[in-house]
Write a protein that binds this ligand. Structure first.
Ligand code: ADP
Ligand code: MG
Length: 246
C-alpha cells in the first residue's frame, strides 16, 4: 500500500438480494485528511462505511484498512478495532447511564484499566468536546448538540487514528452543526485523526472537507479535492453545491 494511504478500496461490490448497490467502488483515504462521501439517499454511502468496518464478508479485489486486508481481519481482532472510531447518526447514548458511564463503556468492554484511570480518560475526552460539566448528567438532560458531542467523545475514547462518521450533523441547528465541525477539525489538528465522513450538509463540507467522493449509480462518479468538486461540471455536483440536495 502506498505510504500515507490508510484506506485502499479496490473494486468493492455489494448486492442485496438480486440488486447490486455497489458495482465496483474504488478509492483511497489519505492519512490526516477529512474525506467526505456524498451521494443521493440510498446510493450506498452507509454501505461503504459498514463494509470498511470489517463486519461483513467483502467482495472486492482489495479492501485494506491500515494495511490489514479486511478479508483476513476477524471481528474479535482488537488491534484492528482500536484503530476505528465510529460515530453514527443513530449511535444514541444509553438513556439509563450517565454521560460519563456512556463514554466509559468502550474502555470497560475492551480494557482492564482501573476505574480511576478510566474516569480520567473520560474526563479528558469530555473536556475535548466541551462537555466537562456533563459527566454526571443523563442523556435526557442534554440538548441535541450536546448529545452529538457526547457520542463523539465515546467514539474517540480509545484514541482511534481513524474516525468514521455517518451523517453526524443530522438534525442539528446551524450553530450546533458549526460547533461539531469545529470539533472534528480539532480532532484532526490535535490528534492527527483521519476522518471518513458521510454528510449532506453543504456548510459542513465547505468548512471541513479536504476531499470529496461522490457516489452515483454504484460507483465513485467523482473523486477529487473540495476545490475540484466545486468547479466540477458534473451536474449532480453542481446542483449539490448550489442548492444543497439531500
Ligand atoms: P445511503 O447511506 O447512501 O442512503 P445505504 O448504503 O444505506 O444508502 O443503502 C443503499 C441501498 O442498499 C438502499 O437501497 C438500501 O435500501 C439497501 N440496503 C442497505 N442495507 C441493506 C440490507 N442490510 N439489506 C437490504 N438492503 C439494504
Ligand atoms: Mg446512509
Amino acid at each position: 500500500m502506498e505510504e500515507g494511504r490508510i484506506i485502499e478500496v479496490n473494486n468493492l461490490r455489494v448486492s442485496f438480494d438480486e440488486r447490486e448497490v455497489l458495482k465496483g467502488v474504488s478509492f483511497s483515504v489519505n492519512q490526516g485528511e477529512i474525506t467526505v462521501i456524498l451521494g443521493g439517499s440510498g446510493s450506498g454511502k452507509s454501505t461503504i462505511l459498514k463494509h470498511l468496518l470489517g463486519l461483513f464478508p467483502v467482495k472486492s479485489d482489495i479492501v485494506s484498512v491500515f494495511g490489514s486486508d479486511l478479508a483476513e481481519v476477524d471481528e474479535d481482532d482488537l488491534r484492528f478495532y482500536k484503530k476505528l472510531g465510529v460515530f453514527y447518526q443513530n449511535g444514541a447514548l444509553l438513556n439509563s447511564l450517565s454521560v460519563g458511564e456512556n463514554v466509559a463503556l468502550p474502555l470497560e468492554q475492551h480494557t482492564n484499566l482501573p476505574a480511576e484511570i478510566i474516569e480520567d480518560m473520560v474526563r479528558t475526552k469530555l473536556n475535548l468536546v466541551n462537555l466537562e460539566d456533563a459527566f454526571y448528567l443523563y442523556p435526557s438532560q442534554l440538548s441535541g448538540g450536546m448529545l452529538k458531542r457526547a457520542a463523539l467523545a465515546r467514539a474517540i475514547i480509545m484514541d482511534p487514528p481513524l474516525l468514521f462518521c455517518d451523517e453526524p450533523g443530522a438534525g442539528l441547528d446551524p450553530v450546533s452543526l458549526a460547533g461539531l465541525d469545529d470539533l472534528i477539525l480539532k480532532l484532526r489538528q490535535q490528534l492527527g485523526m483521519t476522518v471518513l465522513m458521510v454528510t449532506h450538509e453543504v456548510s459542513s463540507i465547505l468548512r471541513i472537507a479536504d476531499k470529496i467522493l461522490f457516489v452515483d449509480n454504484g460507483i465513485i462518479a467523482f473523486d477529487g479535492s473540495l476545490e475540484e468538486a466545486r468547479k466540477s461540471e458534473m451536474k449532480a455536483l453542481k446542483d449539490f453545491f448550489t442548492v444543497g440536495t439531500g
